[in-house]
Design a protein around this ligand. Structure first.
Ligand SMILES: [Zn+2]
Length: 150
């Protein structure tokens, strides 16, 4: 992957601006409805649960479990030339929402359902404010057990 080639979204879009600003600081920031206190993702101008138009953004722990994933075998997206790679959906540990992102740090064949995942914040595109949230297995799958007797 060469994330410098990934086209940046509109980082000033008011619906997403706090998310992108948080990611640029290495934080996972999501909107919480001020009416019913639910975390909504993706952000919406009107809460789908209570119709409130007020929300506040809060930082969340960048940890979750792998809910699902797919393996991309054909390079078609700018910045994603090396295939295969996996794109996953991660269920956050501290909020009932799922986030999608590229999975790094593990071969797609090593992925398993419900495996612990951690967010990784990767600079992308040509703007210093553009940071992608990627996911990687929390445990190091490549680690080999150490032999205390040797
Ligand atoms: Zn609500």
């Amino acid at each position: 992957m060469d994330l410098r080639d990934v086209p940046a979204p509109d980082l000033e879009d008011p619906l997403f601006q706090p998310y992108w600003a948080g990611a640029a600081e290495g934080k996972l920031v999501l909107p919480r409805c001020s009416g019913c206190e639910r975390v909504n993702w993706p952000p919406r101008s009107v809460c789908p649960h209570c119709r409130s138009t007020e929300s506040a953004w809060a930082e969340h722990q960048p940890h979750g479990t792998l809910f699902s994933w797919t393996v991309v075998g054909r390079a078609t997206a700018p910045g994603y030339h090396e295939v295969p790679y996996a794109v996953g959906i991660v269920a956050l540990d501290d909020a009932p929402v799922r986030l999608m992102g590229t999975i790094v740090g593990a071969e797609p064949s090593a992925l398993v359902m419900d495996m612990p995942m951690s967010a990784r914040f990767a600079p992308a595109g040509s703007s210093p404010e553009f940071t992608l949230v990627q996911w990687e297995p929390t445990a190091d799958l490549s680690a080999t057990p150490t032999n205390p007797g040797s």
